[in-house]
Design a protein around this ligand. Structure first.
Ligand code: TXA
Ligand code: MG
Length: 370
């Protein structure tokens, strides 16, 4: 099988919608990252999503809804959520968040409607829903007349794709169609908020909508990432929250997070990072993922410190968080494709706004080597 990348013409949209109606899975653009989409009510399509991604079935999917689903009552009518299990407070919070952030990079976990197959939610009594902002995704949902279950279109645990070609390199031998919607605007996944437990709001995954924005809309403070104990994969149950697998978004090459920015880095800071098992040959080049600043001077400093040839990429020269998020997975993927023995990454220059989600992704990508 060799996936075909399709431009988003009317004919192609119709064609892909038809494939979805026939339980196929297809690569689709969204404003966050590309997804691997199938009809959320088709157990066959859902099984294909898990199989194509080699994703364990204990990791539930996000369901992407169309423009009609704007509010909890609409979600009930569309038989996506069970409104009877929402408290007045939860409904108010959910509606406020939907009003402000949909369509956009925010996923809400709400009580699941019984008609949604258990496979989509890994047997959980809750369902994760979001309304994507990308016009092509919206047109596709309308044309296929169903909500779309769509995890990121990468092999399980790997870097999420942000272009149609990245989907091709991840899954090109396993699917027929990839709809090309250009480079993803946000560049990292949606923020996930759970409103499924009694009058509690939980942040399950930081992402494209910042914690500050959510707090401002709800008039709350202190929303923190739900503490995550590493998930025991041997147990036959769903993950209670996403990202419980510490290692995620991982390049193939060893990916190491530097303790400080290259500007502040001293030779002694590197000692603990140069693990002999990781850096095989002293002649080999290493990749360097810079968050900001002048790539030429920073990479020559890193070359002096490490004695290696360095290939550097910068996420945002001026230190703009939107730009850094937009570039993150693309540059990780690029450095991973080079002939380097390891990739070193600077920590993000900010924990505010999208900096929190960028930091989360860098930590997970480097978890195996920290
Ligand atoms: O931006 C995004 O959210 C992208 C695009 C394609 O929409 N999708 C995405 O999906 O990141 P995925 O499958 O890579 O991550 C979805 C996360 C999983 O880690 C899963 O554990 C969590 O959502 N999730 C899904 N249903 C859940 C539920 N009922 N309760 C808690 N977490 C849930
Ligand atoms: Mg993913």
């Amino acid at each position: 099988m060799k996936a075909k990348i399709l431009l988003p013409t009317h004919e192609n949209l119709f064609h892909v919608a038809q494939a979805i109606r026939q339980d196929e899975v297809v690569g689709i653009p969204t404003e966050t990252v590309y997804g691997l989409a199938g009809n959320c009510r088709s157990p066959l399509a859902l099984a294909r999503i898990f199989e194509t991604k080699e994703r364990p079935t204990f990791d539930p999917l996000i369901i992407h809804v169309g423009p009609l689903a704007k509010g909890t009552y609409a979600l009930e009518r569309l038989e996506l959520i069970d409104g009877a299990r929402l408290s007045v407070q939860q409904r108010r919070w959910a509606d406020q968040l939907i009003l402000h952030f949909w369509p956009g990079p925010l996923t809400l976990v709400l009580p699941k409607h019984p008609s949604i197959p258990d496979l989509a939610t890994s047997g959980l009594s809750t369902v994760a829903l979001r309304m994507p902002r990308h016009s092509i995704t919206q047109a596709l949902i309308s044309a296929s007349q169903c909500s779309l279950a769509a995890p990121s279109a990468n092999r399980f645990g790997k870097i999420s794709p942000t272009t149609a070609h990245a989907v091709e390199s991840e899954l090109g031998d396993r699917i027929h169609w990839i709809l090309d919607g250009g480079a993803c605007e946000v560049g990292l996944e949606s923020t996930i908020i759970s409103l499924s437990e009694s009058d509690e709001i939980k942040l399950l995954r930081p992402g494209g909508t910042s914690v500050q924005q959510i707090e401002d809309v709800l008039g709350i403070t202190g929303l923190q990432l739900t503490s995550q104990t590493p998930f025991d994969q041997s147990k036959e149950c769903a993950m209670p929250s996403p990202g419980m697998l510490e290692s995620h978004y991982a390049p193939e090459k060893p990916f190491l997070l530097l303790p400080k920015s290259v500007t502040d880095l001293h030779e002694s800071d590197l000692l603990s990072l140069f693990k002999p098992t990781i850096v095989r040959s002293l002649e080999s080049s290493v990749g360097l993922l810079l968050m900001s600043g002048d790539s030429a001077s920073l990479s020559s400093k890193f070359e002096k410190l490490t004695g290696r040839k360095v290939i550097a990429r910068t996420l945002s020269r001026e230190g703009n968080l939107q730009e850094a998020a937009h570039q993150l997975f693309t540059e990780m993927r690029y450095l991973d494709s080079l002939n380097v023995s390891a990739i070193y990454a600077e920590p993000c220059f900010s924990l505010q706004g999208l900096g929190f989600a960028i930091t989360d992704r860098l930590k997970r990508a480097s978890a195996r080597y920290s």
